[in-house]
Write a protein of this length. Structure first.
Length: 341
C-alpha cells in the first residue's frame, strides 16, 4: 500500500489508457474498449497480457468513479492523499488482509461474516442519522446544495435513491405538494401494484396497457380458444344430423368422412399451439396439442341427435323386412269392405 495524491492518480490512469487528461467519459470508454480487445488474455493478440489488462481495467474503474462523482456535484480535492494497494509487491499469504477493509480476524470466511455485520451496523447508523436530519429540518427551510453529498462521498448502488430523496424533500419544503389535485384522497384502483411484481415490470406493463398494446401470446391464446370452439361447434352441428349411438353402418361412414374433412383445421390449430408454447412466458400456461379422434368421440357420445329420424328408420326397416305385412294389411281392408257391401 502506497500513498499518492488524487490528481497524480488520475493522471496516471489517463496515461495508462493513452488519452489526454482533459478527455471526457466517452473518449475514455472508447480507449478502454480498444485496449481490452488487444490486452485480454483470451484475445489471442500478440500484445495480450493479464498484468497489463489488470492495470488498464483498474485505471478505467477509477476514472469511472471520478466521472460519477462529477455528475453528482461532488468536488474532490486533487491534493488529498489516497491509498493505493500494490498487489504485485505483496506476499501471497498477506493478500487476504487487503480485503474487508482490515476488519475481523480468523479465516477469510469468518472475516467476511464479521465484515458484513460491521457494514450492516454502519448502514443502520446512517439511516438513523438521515431520518434525524429530516425530522430536525423545518418545513420552510431548503436543503443547501452540496451539504448532503459531503456526507456520502463514497459511491454506492443507492446513490440515485439519495438524489431523488433530496429532490422530494426540497419540493415538500417549497410547498409543491400542498395544492395538488386529489390531495388527501385515496389512490384510484388502477394505481394498485402487484406486490409480487417489481416496480420496473409494473410500469412497463402499465405503459403498454395504457397504449392499447397486448402481448402476442395473449392474442394468440384467444385465437386458439376461438378456433377450438368453432371446430367443436361444427362437429356438434354435424352430429345433430345422425341418430343415437351406436350408429348404423351408413351413419358411421358419414361421420368418419366428416372427421377427415376437419383434419386440415386441426393441423392449423396445432401449429398455432406450437407457436404459443414457444412464446408464452409461463410454463404452466402451455397448451396440449389437439387430438381430433378424442374430440370426435366426445362429441359423438355427448352431442345432440335427432330421435325422430331413427324411429322412422326403424319402422321402415321393419316394413321392408316383413313381406307378409303388406298382404295382411290388404286382407283386413278387404274384410272391412265386404261388411259394407
Amino acid at each position: 500500500m502506497v500513498h499518492t495524491r488524487r490528481g497524480e492518480l488520475y493522471n496516471k490512469c489517463y496515461r495508462l489508457l493513452g488519452v489526454n487528461e482533459q478527455s471526457d467519459q466517452n473518449t475514455v470508454r472508447q480507449a478502454y474498449l480498444k485496449l481490452v480487445k488487444k490486452l485480454h488474455p483470451d484475445s489471442g493478440h500478440p500484445e495480450a497480457s493479464a498484468e497489463r489488462f489488470q492495470e488498464v481495467d483498474s485505471a478505467f474503474r477509477i476514472l469511472q468513479e471520478k466521472f460519477a462523482k462529477a455528475r453528482r456535484g461532488i468536488v474532490e480535492d486533487m491534493q488529498q492523499e489516497v491509498k493505493v494497494y500494490d498487489i504485485r509487491h505483496t506476499a501471497p499469504q498477506h493478500r487476504q488482509y487487503l480485503s474487508f477493509d482490515g476488519i475481523g480476524y480468523g479465516t477469510p470466511a469468518q472475516r467476511q461474516k464479521q465484515y458484513q455485520a460491521v457494514r450492516a451496523s454502519k448502514a443502520q447508523e446512517r439511516v438513523l442519522e438521515h431520518r434525524l436530519s429530516k425530522a430536525q429540518a423545518s418545513e420552510t427551510a431548503l436543503m443547501k446544495k452540496g451539504d448532503y453529498f459531503k456526507k456520502h462521498e463514497i459511491k454506492t448502488k443507492y446513490g440515485y435513491d439519495r438524489v431523488v430523496e433530496d429532490l422530494i424533500q426540497e419540493a415538500i419544503s417549497r410547498g409543491d405538494f400542498t395544492n395538488l389535485s386529489g390531495f388527501g384522497k385515496p389512490l384510484p384502483d388502477h394505481q394498485s401494484q402487484n406486490p409480487y411484481v417489481d416496480f420496473t415490470t409494473h410500469k412497463i406493463n402499465k405503459i403498454m396497457h395504457d397504449n392499447g398494446f397486448t402481448p402476442e401470446w395473449i392474442t394468440l391464446h384467444k385465437d386458439i380458444r376461438q378456433a377450438v370452439e368453432a371446430l367443436k361447434e361444427d362437429l356438434r352441428r354435424l352430429r345433430a344430423r345422425l341418430g343415437p349411438v351406436p350408429l348404423s353402418g351408413r351413419e358411421e361412414q358419414q361421420w368418419e368422412k366428416w372427421i377427415e374433412q376437419q383434419q386440415d383445421e386441426v393441423v392449423k390449430i396445432n401449429k398455432m399451439i406450437d407457436n404459443f408454447n414457444l412464446i408464452v412466458p409461463m410454463l404452466n400456461k402451455q397448451i396440449v396439442r389437439l387430438n381430433l379422434e378424442r374430440i370426435g368421440q366426445d362429441v359423438l357420445e355427448n352431442g345432440g341427435y335427432r330421435e325422430g329420424e331413427k324411429a322412422k328408420t326403424k319402422v321402415t326397416d321393419v316394413t321392408q323386412n316383413d313381406p307378409a305385412s303388406g298382404s295382411s294389411r290388404s286382407s283386413i281392408l278387404g274384410f272391412i269392405g265386404s261388411l259394407f257391401s
